[in-house]
Each structure stands twice: as C-alpha cells, then as structure tokens.
Design a protein around this ligand. Structure first.
Ligand code: CA
Ligand code: CA
Ligand code: CA
Ligand code: CA
Length: 406
C-alpha cells in the first residue's frame, strides 16, 4: 500500500457511523473567527488570505477536501485537532507564518501533511502523514513530538533556528516516491531525541546549510548556517545518522547516550567547522564517523562500556580525542593498520582512530595529554608532554573523574 492509498483509507475510516454530510464547522470562516468542527466537513476550511483564525476539530470529527487543502489560511492560525484533517488533493494544513498547531488526531496530506512558514509551533501527540513532506516550517520553528510524523520526502523540514524535541517517531518512509529525503532536514538548530528518528532512504538528520549550489568553497566556508546541537538517548538511524553540508563550515555538537547508525557505513559526517562528539554511557555508534576539516573533539565518557568497532576519523587540522574513564596506563595494546590506530584498553574497550593529533586521558589530579608519537611503534612510551588540565577542564574531564572517585 503506498502512502496515498494509506492516506485515503485513513480518511475514509472515520466516515463510517457518521450520518450527516453537512458542513459542520461553525461559525462560518472569517478573519478572527473561532471555529469548532464536529461531524464531517468535506470541503475544508479554505481561504488564502484570512488571518487570526482559531479552529478546533473535535474528537470524531472529519475535516477533509478532495479538491484543495483541507485547511488553507494565512497568518497567525491556531488549530487544535482531535479528529481527522485530510486532503486527497493537496496539504492537510497549509498556512503562512505563526501557525500554532496541537494535534491529538490525524493530519494527512496528499502533498504535505502540514505546510507552514516561520515560527511554526507544533505539539504532536497524534499522527501526521505527508505523501511529500510530513511537516514543513520556516525559521524559528519548534516541534514537540510524542506521536508519529512521517513523510516520503523529509518527514520534518525546518529552516534556521529550529528546535525539535522528539519522544515519538519522526521517519522518512520512502516507498517509491519521487523526492525521498531525510527524517529531519534543517538549516541549523537544536534536536533533543528521546525517541526514534529514522530514514529508509537518506540521512536521519541533515544539517542542510542552505549554501547555494554554485557557491565556491570560499563562499561556503563563510556561511554560518548549519550549526547544530543534537542530544540523543534514543535512535537516530538512516543512510547516515547525522550529516551536514560539505560546502559549509558549520559546527555541530553531538551528545549521545543512545544509538546513532548509518547503514551506508557512515554514522556521522560532520565536515567543516570545529565539531564535538560526546559519547556517554550507553552510546552505540554503528558506522564510521568523519569529523572533517577544523579542530574537532571526540570525548569518550563511557565508564568502560563497549561502543563500536567502527572508525573515528578526525580529518584535517588539529583534532583532540579525550578519554574520561581511562588513564594512558589503562591501554593494554595499540597497533596501526595503515593510518588507523587500534587502541585496546584493559577493560577490553577497543576503538579505532585516524587523524587525531592530541590524546587526553583523565587522571586523579588533571589531564595527561599526548601527541601521536606516544603511539608510534618501537618508541618507549614518553611522559606526557603537556599538562593542560585547566584548558581541558572545559570538557568535564577533571570534574567527572574527581566526582567519580569521591
Ligand atoms: Ca561541521
Ligand atoms: Ca569538523
Ligand atoms: Ca578535523
Ligand atoms: Ca586531524
């Protein structure tokens, strides 16, 4: 069953048991109106120019349209949906700026599920399905999701200043559409994932820096878009877990205690900018991680947990890897395969590192820092060449180590 068939069948289901087919949204649509929909209304609420309309679709109600969007209004629209809003022709909901939407029912679009613009505020406890994108918003939009948002194109596409908190499912469910993309596509912003973010076709999360396709590398390097923070205790899985625009110079900070997986072999592809990945207890990184250009940071704070057998590649420039739970003396063995360093600790924890220039190990009193010469074969293990306790305190190494022993 393709997504459109699914959408239609979902739309039809609630009709059984509904006797009346009259328009049941009252009062009539006008600017500033407060409208309640019960029963079934089959020609939608459609006006391209009306502002400040408040709509409540009650439990059991159907607001549908086979010829246009189910809801088409302009700015500052508020929708609270406990029923079904569906269009078999266009979007479920289509507005301009400042859509405030609370969904506890189902919103289904033959094109987008929800098409809004800047300052979209969405609280979703139900289901939003787009045969193209699930939810599209503009700058400074925020989504809180405890339900399910799916799209054949991006499940969620936001622009700059995005905030997403996910406790449910956000999924690209490409199954034969024409423009399959990511689970979440955003220019820059923050994502807190305690649920599931997956894509069957492309990245789970794409910081799409909005760099012009014809930008030169120098132009792209000056582009501030694409910066992002990702906090994860759930699942982030796609062709890549988290990817970024290779032309931009944006910084990503990723803090994870859950799974980040890339089925094409790349879990994290962070490209330019000074990127940081913090791996806490419970982390699983399935796929290689590429940090790209810029002085990047990788922090292991795992309390000895197993992590991954995949590669962490610092890429160009001066990159630092930190071990919060291990001393240099806890290394059981190390070896090189081409330019990949295999580090095996005495707990059995093993990691594979390439192109890291600085190696920091927490101690009881500070941080010991080594350069790569510490891992060159047939060279006696040197003493730490720099003490950077205060500088590396920013990573929490000293505080955490002390706290653990207290
Ligand atoms: Ca980056
Ligand atoms: Ca980088
Ligand atoms: Ca780098
Ligand atoms: Ca490097």
């Amino acid at each position: 069953m393709n997504i459109k068939t699914l959408a239609l069948s979902c739309a039809i289901l609630p009709l059984s048991g509904l006797g009346a087919w009259a328009a049941n949204c009252t009062p009539a649509l006008s600017a500033g109106a407060t409208i309640t929909c019960t029963g079934s209304t089959l020609d939608g609420l459609v006006s391209g120019s009306l502002d400040d309309v408040t709509i409540t679709v009650e439990t059991g109600a159907l607001l549908s349209n086979t010829a246009d969007h189910a809801i088409k209004l302009d700015d500052r629209i508020t929708v609270t949906n406990s029923g079904v809003i569906t269009s078999s022709a266009k979007d479920g909901i289509n507005t301009d700026k400042d859509l405030h939407l609370v969904n506890r029912g189902a919103i289904i679009g033959a094109d987008e599920g929800v098409q809004a613009d800047d300052r979209l505020l969405l609280d979703n406890y139900g289901t939003i399905i787009g045969a193209d994108e699930g939810v599209e918003g503009g700058d400074d939009s925020a989504i809180y999701n405890e339900g399910t948002i799916t799209g054949v194109d991006d499940a969620v596409q936001l622009a700059t200043g995005a905030y997403i908190e996910n406790h449910g499912t956000i999924a690209n469910v490409y199954a034969g559409g024409t423009d399959p993309q990511d689970a979440i596509d955003l220019d820059d912003g923050e994502i807190f994932n305690l649920g599931t973010i997956t894509s069957t076709y492309d990245a789970a999360i794409d910081f799409d820096a909005n760099v012009a396709n014809d930008a030169t590398p120098a132009e792209a390097a000056g582009d501030a878009f694409g910066q992002g923070y990702v906090y994860n205790t759930g699942t982030i899985a796609g062709k890549q877990g988290v990817t970024t625009d290779h032309r931009a110079n944006s910084e990503q900070y990723i803090e994870t205690y859950g799974l980040i997986s890339g089925w094409d072999g790349t879990a994290l592809d962070l490209y330019g900018g000074e990127d940081t990945v913090y791996l806490g207890v419970g982390s699983v990184i399935d796929g290689a991680s590429f940090f790209g250009t810029g002085d990047d940071y990788l922090i292991f704070d795992l309390s000895g947990a197993a992590l991954t057998t995949d590669l962490f590649d610092g890429g160009d420039d001066f990159d630092t890897v930190s071990f919060t739970d291990y001393l240099f003396a806890d290394i059981a063995s190390f070896s090189w395969t081409n330019d990949v360093l295999e580090l095996v600790f005495n707990t059995g924890f093993t990691t594979y590192l390439s192109s890291w220039e600085r190696y920091a190990f927490a101690t009881d009193t500070g941080v010991d820092v080594y350069d790569v010469s510490a891992f060159l074969p047939a060279v006696p293990v040197p003493a730490p060449f720099v003490m950077l306790g205060s500088a590396l305190g920013a990573f929490g190494l000293i505080r955490r180590r002390r706290a653990r022993r207290a």
